[in-house]
Design a protein around this ligand. Structure first.
Ligand code: PMP
Length: 353
């Protein structure tokens, strides 16, 4: 038997959202915060064209995509670092800053991959409980020690959908020592409509220790292809680029992401429709008697405590897959109107049962 790292014995496995099917064959996957829309024809076309070239390695520097991202956001290409999904970029960030004994601070509950990546990197997780479902930035600042190397601020937060606002974030950033990297995980940025929520790209330039994490998986609908990126000042971006496994972002993914940026107007119209559905879903849930935190992401959060798994099972019986966190609550992605209606009917029936 080969010897494995001891940490593997205690690490939880990442639980990805799975589809479920009702007895009468209905299936609505609202468990992974994906786009409910099929890929755009222009994107499928770009993938098909790129497919004729897959006997060659991809461009290791993903030059065309890097330049397209840089142009889209008005940043120098040197500020962009790509990875196979933003979760891989997050892993690269851990590779960039971690050493045994290094501490990484994040809110809890937040994105499930943070503890996993910390364990893998040999870093120590410092979890700061949410306050009223929202990051408690003051407590997070207080949790920073001389061993802290990195802090994640997930904005909007997965799974609660809550946000930290500009003044609060600014005060926090002013308190974080310059040798601690602050990662603004903005995987759901395109769904934010609250004007008082900082867009990380407007603040990182003046802050050498801030990095912004974005993804093509959600609003841009490319979850299956795995493309994410970081935008930060040159020293951070180039350090992260060094940790990339060669050719990590494959040729089809690069082509699809370039095509998605070219079709951005259409994709952002879809985001707008999801945002409208989000309002409808939340308001309907509130009318049913649920407490639903205000959400700026493409999902809603229900704190269900001990009823969480029963709720998930009741939804599954109707073909609706939600994302339960046992004894805490469930996260439900905003899907198509039909999927949302089915979910809302299941939620109403559960409440009235
Ligand atoms: N950050 C957050 C907050 C997320 O919720 C997710 C996806 N669940 C990711 C990053 C990673 O997304 P991807 O790797 O698909 O880019």
């Amino acid at each position: 038997m080969p010897r494995f790292r001891a940490i593997l014995d205690t690490m939880p496995a990442y639980k990805a959202g799975k589809a479920v099917v009702s007895a009468d064959g209905r299936s609505y996957k609202l468990s992974s915060n994906e786009s409910p829309y099929d890929p755009l024809p222009s994107v499928v076309e770009a993938i098909a064209k790129a497919a004729t070239e897959v006997h060659r390695y991809p461009d290791p520097a993903a030059t065309e995509l890097t330049d397209a991202i840089a142009e889209r956001y008005g940043v120098p290409a040197e500020h962009v670092a790509l990875g196979a999904g933003s979760v891989t970029v997050a892993q690269q960030l851990f590779e960039t800053v971690s050493e045994p004994g290094a501490e990484v601070v994040y809110a809890w509950r937040s994105f499930e991959a943070y503890p996993l990546l910390a364990d893998l990197a040999g870093a120590t997780s410092v979890r700061v409980p949410l306050a009223e479902e929202t990051h408690h930035l003051e407590a997070m600042a207080e949790a920073i020690t001389p061993e802290t190397r990195m802090v994640f601020v997930c904005n909007p937060n997965n799974p609660t959908g809550t946000v930290v606002r500009a003044a609060e974030l600014e005060a926090f950033l002013n308190r974080v020592p310059e040798n601690v990297l602050v990662v603004l995980d903005e995987a759901y940025r395109e769904y934010v409509r609250d004007a008082d929520v900082t867009d990380g790209l407007t603040v990182y330039r003046d802050r050498p220790n801030v990095a912004v994490l974005r993804t093509f998986s959600k609003a841009y609908g490319l979850a299956g292809l795995r493309v994410g990126y970081l935008i930060a000042n040159e020293p951070v971006a180039s350090a992260v680029r060094k940790t990339m496994v060669p050719f990590a972002v494959n040729h089809l993914a690069q082509a699809a992401a370039v095509a998605s940026l070219a079709a951005e107007d259409e994709l952002l119209e879809r985001v707008e429709a999801v945002v409208k559905e989000r309002t409808r879903v939340r308001e309907t849930l509130i009318a049913q008697g649920w407490t639903v935190p205000a959400t700026e992401a493409n999902f809603v959060w229900l704190r269900l405590g001990g009823r969480t798994m029963d709720f998930a099972a009741a939804c599954a019986a109707e073909g609706v897959a939600v994302r339960p966190f046992a004894d805490e609550g469930a996260r439900i992605s905003i899907g198509s109107p039909e999927a949302n209606d089915t979910f809302l009917a299941a939620a109403a029936a559960f409440r009235n049962a």
